[in-house]
Design a protein around this ligand. Structure first.
Ligand SMILES: Nc1nc2c(c(=O)[nH]1)N[C@H]1C(S)=C(S)[C@@H](COP(=O)(O)O)O[C@H]1N2
Ligand SMILES: [Mo]
Length: 329
């Protein structure tokens, strides 16, 4: 442990994946002065379908704002201070744009989130291709304020807008054979300049066990901080699984496949000794190259303790009863 994990990790990942490639020193975007102190009420929200105000979004938001009344905290929300929109959208992991934390914000303009379709196939009663706006209209939008813990050792608190994954899965009517859900991100080197490099196998794929996908915390986000998801955050549709390391929360989804067998996942394919299918946040299991005991909350000085299942153990530990969580990283 010579370097702090949040400084060494992406570069180290690249070193593993592309031995001998020239490594740019990563630029850090520490905006420690900008700790967000706004109240949760300022985020607003509600369970009703949200109206859109065309053209109301700032240039930064790259789209329309969701207009919502204030609402009290819900049962799934953390009360912890929310990471600012600025920080959440300028310090990103989205290798389709590049491996630097600043690449996604800088290059996200090339991603066109409309028109957009999502293919639904595999072990479902009715395979179909659905337009993102239609898919979104199936569900009332909800707010979820979730902790997000990257495997690299940093974390944020994100106010998402979206709908529970369980509702979508149920609507798709899985067959009796369905045991897993695989998610596939967009493959398009025109929209994703990072896909011109072979730093990962494209497209990015992720997966969950069906019971994990049906857990009420598993979420599909279409917005952040009351705005339509900007490109760098995974527009127009991303997964959010708050008890797992951030790499499970796949961005810019174009396909959802119900499967009988455990699907392949990008990071487990890239470095099987370092990243597993389950990837539950676990401070007791170090990454082979760094400890996972603590994390740096973006916007804070110092480090805080990482909690089992990222603080969601009461809700999700039961999913893994009888499993050796060390083995099933
Ligand atoms: N398609 C895709 N999804 C992705 C990634 C990626 O490179 N490509 N990076 C993952 C990682 S490592 C993290 S930590 C989170 C970061 O989400 P954020 O940038 O919105 O905080 O997105 C995840 N989803
Ligand atoms: Mo990550």
């Amino acid at each position: 442990m010579s370097t702090p994990p949040d400084k060494k990790d992406p570069v180290a990942e690249r070193r593993i994946l592309t031995p001998g490639s020239n490594l740019n020193p990563r630029r850090e975007f520490l905006r420690t002065a900008a700790l967000f102190t706004g109240t949760v009420a300022a985020l607003g929200g509600g369970l009703e379908v949200l109206t859109r105000r065309p053209g109301a979004g700032s240039a930064e938001a790259q789209g329309t704002d969701f207009v919502r009344p204030a609402r009290p905290l819900g049962p799934y929300d953390t009360q912890e201070a929310v990471t600012s929109y600025q920080q959440a959208t300028t310090y990103n992991n989205f290798y389709e744009f590049g491996t630097d934390k600043s690449d996604p914000a800088r290059l996200a303009g090339s991603l066109k989130p409309r028109p957009w379709t999502v293919r639904i196939d595999g072990e479902v009663k009715k395979p179909q291709t659905v337009d993102i706006d239609t898919l979104q209209s199936w569900f009332p939008l909800e707010d979820r304020i979730y902790r997000m813990r990257c495997v690299e050792g940093w974390s944020m608190v994100m106010p998402w807008l979206g709908f529970p994954l369980a509702g979508l899965i149920r609507r798709l009517e899985p067959t009796g054979k369905a045991k897993y859900v695989q998610f596939t991100a967009l493959l398009d080197t025109k929209q994703f300049p990072g896909q011109r490099s072979n730093v990962l196998d494209w497209p990015y794929v992720e997966g969950l066990r069906l019971d994990e996908a049906l857990h009420p915390l598993a979420f599909m986000a279409v917005g952040l901080h009351g705005k339509v998801l900007p490109g760098q955050s995974g527009a127009p549709l991303r997964l959010v699984v708050p008890w797992k390391y951030g790499f499970k929360s796949i961005k810019s989804i174009v396909k959802i496949t119900l499967t009988e067998k455990q699907p392949q996942t990008t990071w487990a394919l890239a470095a099987p000794g370092e990243y597993g299918f389950y990837a539950n946040v676990n401070p007791a299991v170090p990454h082979p190259r760094w400890s996972q005991a603590t994390e740096r909350r973006i916007g804070e000085l110092g480090r805080r303790k990482t909690l089992p299942f990222n603080g969601y153990a009461d809700q999700v530990a039961g999913l893994y009863a009888g499993m050796d969580l060390r083995k099933f990283f």
